[in-house]
Design a protein around this ligand. Structure first.
Ligand SMILES: [Zn+2]
Length: 303
């Protein structure tokens, strides 16, 4: 049994304010021990900590939360074998991200922050010279052995890239996990050429499904310590040297079986009805593109 992680209270990462209200109370089972709940790729939702809303700027964030050092260690040790059950789908989703990036930049050097097992790096090298950083030892090893891409550094801080080194920096489902998103964006801006781009994907906490589902929304997870809306993400980008160029909802491709797993937290009759339909049609392994309109993808330009 792993030790309980050390916790800390934090202020708002967007405006620095300390005045907040509890938006969602911590669930039973939080904080999790080192059992994979922090896997960047985990499909475990629920069991999240206390989610607060800043009374000054509206940002949603988890506080108290696992200390930054403990968090990084969790990601370094993170293994998620289930990740590969959807490896084809993850590759297809990488191309969906690439499609939007290529509307604004067709070639050059690209840095992917939080590359996981490297599916996006592998897709992006069709157009770009790619570099990744990833804390998970397991993710780096997979990327090296199976995709033949070496990821040299675990974090941006460790990599110490020179100023203005990249044309494009990408963070796919990453910004909601990091302990200081403003500092990460500042470092991304520093290593980006003037006029270069940043691309982000993150759950949208102001989306219709997030509002309707409330505490049951799939986006609320123990590993997510920030919940952005288009507005709060835009403000954080503007504060750290960027100008938003394009923002839209991000749909994803997964098997019906995976989409079904997203419904396990929901009322049983809903789950059973969909499950019966999926099994009746025999389509568990078939792919489905679905835009639930509750993730946002966004391109911004370094000023
Ligand atoms: Zn705030």
């Amino acid at each position: 049994m792993a030790a309980e992680p050390e916790l800390e209270e934090v202020a708002c990462a967007l405006c620095g304010g300390n005045r907040s209200r509890v938006k969602f109370s911590a669930m039973k089972g939080w904080p999790p021990s080192a059992d994979g709940s922090y896997a960047a790729t985990t499909d475990k939702f629920g069991a999240y900590g206390t989610i607060r809303q800043c009374l000054d700027c509206g940002l949603l964030y988890t506080s108290p939360r696992v200390k930054a050092s403990g968090l990084l260690e969790e990601y370094a040790q993170n293994k998620d074998e289930e990740y590969f059950a959807q490896s084809e789908a993850r590759s297809m989703n990488a191309y969906l991200s690439l499609a939007l990036i290529r509307r604004h930049a067709q070639s050059g050097s690209l840095l992917d922050v939080g590359s996981a097992a490297g599916f996006f790096l592998n897709a992006a090298r069709v157009s770009f010279d790619v570099t990744g950083v990833e804390p998970s030892i397991w993710g780096r090893k997979y990327c090296d052995e199976h995709l033949k891409i070496k990821i040299a550094a675990s974090t941006l801080d460790e990599a110490k890239f020179p100023d203005g080194n990249f044309d494009v920096v990408t963070l796919l489902d990453v910004i909601e996990h990091v302990s200081d998103p403003g500092a990460v964006l500042r470092e991304c801006a520093r290593v980006t050429k003037a006029g270069g781009l940043i691309y982000l994907v993150t759950p949208d906490c102001e989306s219709l499904s997030a509002k309707i589902l409330g505490g049951r929304w799939w986006g609320l997870r123990p590993a997510h310590i920030f919940y952005f809306s288009r507005e709060t993400l835009t403000r954080l980008l503007e504060k750290n040297g960027y100008e938003v160029v394009e923002a839209k909802s991000f749909g994803r491709i997964f098997t019906w079986s995976y989409w079904l797993s997203r419904l396990t937290n929901y009322p049983k009759p809903v789950y059973r009805a969909v499950e019966a339909l999926v099994d009746g049609l025999g389509i568990r392994d078939k792919f489905l593109y679905l835009d639930t309109r509750d993730s946002v993808e966004l391109v911004a330009r370094k000023r």
